[in-house]
Write a protein that binds this ligand. Structure first.
Ligand SMILES: O=C(O)c1cc(=O)[nH]c(=O)n1[C@@H]1O[C@H](COP(=O)(O)O)[C@@H](O)[C@H]1O
Length: 316
């Protein structure tokens, strides 16, 4: 089953389009988890690993029935050195054991031959180490700046191993327009040009539902561009970050969906991980995260139910 079909299967079972980002920020992890491990700074890298894994385990247990996927952002693990990397890989395993799809937010790419090594590291069980028993993420984020030869190895891994990629097309950060909205000679923006390439890269890999494993990152801050990008990449699942902490709301993400109410996973990281901070009387981060995912999911589902495109489909 291709990666997009696997997403759709989970979306239909869980009736959710939510992806939870797992971005552990030490100072914001509940004090009760940190207090025996150094408090404001972890005593040791091993302490950091233990606390991060315990925090993630709690979050994963809390959101496993209402979220479709999780997205650990590797920078928040890399800052703890090799123990942090260990926490990243253990988190991938714990999440998959709880039935969640895992998008490794690693934003890799390079020249073709180096990209092939990245692809082996994240999407293939072909490590040079014989006893490497890593559980791999279901998908990763990648950067398209190197062009086709940098993308090709990832496409091969996706096909061979039923994995996926989300390629940066239009990001959510304030400076994204500096590059991505620049107009090319044919009048298209850089982001639109990349969207066309993403569609081509995925064209021969479409699955049962018409989606390819070659997805696109389209930020929730790009509401104006989203419908155009959806049209240009009709076979690409969107990963939509920027909901919540960055100001994106439900109205910003709806244009990323198709007429059947599929085609987008909406990510929130801080809004879920640290939802407990809103309650000054409790640091039950698991309960708060569960509620935050439920609320987010219900909002998206009811907006999709009201969408005229959907109503039109139902009337057919
Ligand atoms: O690829 C990403 O995930 C990503 C792309 C983008 O355009 N914007 C963006 O915020 N992200 C990531 O998505 C997450 C958003 O986190 P919150 O703003 O806390 O919900 C962070 O891990 C970002 O690194």
């Amino acid at each position: 089953m291709n990666f997009a079909d696997r997403i759709i299967e989970e979306v239909l079972v869980k009736k959710s389009h939510v992806c939870v980002g797992l971005d552990p920020r030490w100072q914001r992890i509940p004090r009760s988890l940190r207090k025996n491990y150094g408090g404001s700074r972890p005593d040791t890298a091993e302490a950091a690993r233990q606390v991060i894994e315990a925090f993630n385990e709690g979050l994963l247990e809390a959101v496993k029935d209402t979220a479709v996927a999780v997205k650990p952002q590797i920078a928040f693990y890399e800052i703890y050195g090799e123990k942090g990397i260990e926490a990243f890989w253990n988190t991938v395993k714990i999440a998959q054991n709880k039935g969640l799809l895992v998008i490794g937010d690693v934003k890799r790419n390079d020249i073709g031959s180096t990209a092939a090594a990245y692809s082996r590291a994240y999407l293939e069980n072909s490590s040079p180490v014989r006893d490497n028993d890593r559980v791999l993420p279901d998908a990763i984020t990648i950067n398209p700046y190197f062009g086709s030869d940098g993308i090709e190895p990832f496409l091969q891994s996706c096909e061979k191993n039923d994995r996926g990629v989300f390629i940066l097309v239009r990001t959510s950060n304030p400076s994204a327009a500096e590059v991505q909205d620049q107009k090319l000679v044919d009048g298209a923006t850089v982001g639109e040009k990349i969207a066309g390439m993403v569609a081509e890269w995925g064209d021969s890999l479409k699955g049962e539902n018409g989606y390819s494993p070659v997805g696109a990152v389209v930020g929730a801050s790009c509401r104006e561009e989203a419908a155009e990008l959806r049209a240009r990449m009709s076979s690409s699942y969107f990963l939509v970050p920027g909901y919540g902490a960055q100001g994106g709301g439900v109205e910003d993400v709806i244009p990323c969906f198709d007429y059947e109410g599929l085609g987008a996973l909406v990510n929130s990281s801080r809004g879920i991980d640290y939802a407990y901070e809103k309650d000054e009387y409790s640091d039950d981060y698991r309960r708060a995260a569960k509620k935050a995912v439920q609320d987010m999911s219900e909002k998206i589902n009811s907006a999709l139910a009201e969408d005229p495109g959907l109503a039109w489909e139902e009337a057919e």
